[in-house]
Design a binder for this molecule. Structure first.
Ligand SMILES: [Ca+2]
Ligand SMILES: [Ca+2]
Ligand SMILES: [Ca+2]
Ligand SMILES: [Cu+2]
Length: 400
């Protein structure tokens, strides 16, 4: 009798019948209310960018592969957008990605982010909640801030939908804020950036002495075209302490006081994996699962302007990244690099030093260049994959 009831239950109720996995996405985007977005929804200003974006993340555990071949246990997020709610607990299990799925938004959008905690398959002794903290984000509603002291976090088998009206363009980052030192060292860290409304101006619009052409993209609403770019890449600086990850996997006391990262990474990989365009997967208890989908390889043709959205989300230290192509720093911590009265504070450098929770936006001018250039840390002991030399925090910029 119960099974018959389940079969005749409308799709919208199945989520609650399967452990309260619940996706909140407006009916203009999820037209039949089954938790699966199925329409682009309205575009009220006709600029080609939908008014609403819905996304669904699972928070749980998984494994990643370091560049020396060593698997590491991790906590993390995976993208379960459009997975029917009744399948999210299974699809999200052991599926953590490092870095967490990139969130790309446009200024003016309404963003509905559902988070479902799918639990820790390898640590059934843990009942840790998770949250999503939009780091540095202008936020009118503390309840969605993700800090456990003053907002909600999500228990195993449950969902929470965060809502943001996206107002300020820039390079942000997101992470789980529950037991932050532990959950961040374990890998719950993602790229998050907001594209400016200036991208959608009609062609021919004058920005000072600069004229906008349809399709041109900018890092910020600069008003003068100074942050225009042709190619963009978000690069997350991260690092893991394998002793911490091993202790977590083997249910041992976690070495907070002696935490020392030995794998330096860009977008969750050490060199040479950073330049491998293939999405990496890692063997888990449930077979191979996608683990590190993003490379850090930058490719451009000579003359193009390359925007690097560099952020640091590791919990142990700052890192210095050097580039063999000069970098023009146009933004810092999600703000256009200008003084209060509009003074141009941009500068050109060959290295930037970024602490945990900071971001910088740099533009590389590739005019007249050809060949392979490097983006690498000058903290030389992080140019290794643990004991394996010639790896770690480095990637290539290839100019054709
Ligand atoms: Ca639907
Ligand atoms: Ca629009
Ligand atoms: Ca814990
Ligand atoms: Cu967490």
């Amino acid at each position: 009798m119960f099974a018959v009831l389940l079969c005749s239950t409308p799709a919208s109720a199945q989520g609650s019948a399967n452990g309260a996995v619940y996706v909140q996405c407006p009916p203009s985007v999820d037209t039949n209310d089954d938790g699966v977005p199925d329409a682009a929804g309205p575009d009220s200003d006709g600029d080609g960018i939908p008014d609403i974006k819905c996304m669904h993340l699972a928070g749980g555990d998984g494994f990643v592969t370091m560049a020396d071949g060593r698997p590491q246990y991790m906590f993390g997020f995976s993208d379960v957008t459009a997975v029917p709610p009744g399948q999210v607990m299974e699809v999200g299990a052991l599926a953590a990605n490092f870095p967490a799925p990139t969130i790309t938004l446009n200024e003016g959008q309404h963003f509905y982010l559902s988070l479902t905690n799918v639990g820790m398959v390898m640590r059934p002794d843990l009942s840790d909640p998770h949250s999503v903290h939009f780091h540095g984000f202008p936020n009118a509603a503390p309840i969605f801030d993700g800090t456990p002291e003053n907002s909600l976090s999500v228990n195993m088998g449950s969902s929470l939908s965060y809502y943001y009206k996206i107002m300020e363009p820039g390079t942000y980052m997101y992470h789980c804020h529950v037991e932050a030192t532990e959950h961040m060292q374990m890998g719950m860290l993602g790229n998050l950036y907001v594209k400016p409304r200036q991208n959608t101006l009609p062609g021919g619009t004058a920005l000072g002495s600069f004229t906008h052409t349809t399709g041109q993209q900018y890092a910020y609403n600069d008003g003068d075209g100074s942050t225009r770019y042709d190619v963009e890449k978000a690069i997350q600086i991260g690092s893991f302490d394998p002793d911490f990850h091993d202790a977590s996997e083997t249910v041992q006391p976690l070495p907070f006081a002696t935490m020392r990262d030995r794998y330096g990474m860009l977008n969750g990989r050490g060199y040479p994996d950073t330049v491998n365009p293939v999405a990496l997967s890692t063997d888990t208890d449930r077979g191979p699962k996608a683990s590190q989908p993003v490379d850090s390889l930058v490719t451009a043709t000579a003359g193009q302007r390359v925007l690097l959205r560099i952020s640091n989300l590791n919990v142990t230290r700052f890192y210095t990244l050097a580039s063999t192509i000069p970098m023009k720093v146009v933004g810092q911590s999600a703000r256009l690099h200008r003084g209060p009265s509009g003074t141009d504070l941009t500068f050109t450098t060959n290295s930037v030093t970024v602490g945990g929770g900071e971001s910088v936006d740099v533009i590389l001018d590739t005019t007249g260049l050809s060949g392979t250039y490097l983006l690498y840390t000058t903290n030389l002991n992080y140019l290794s994959n643990d004991t394996q030399d010639f790896g770690g925090m480095m990637t290539e910029i290839r100019i054709q």
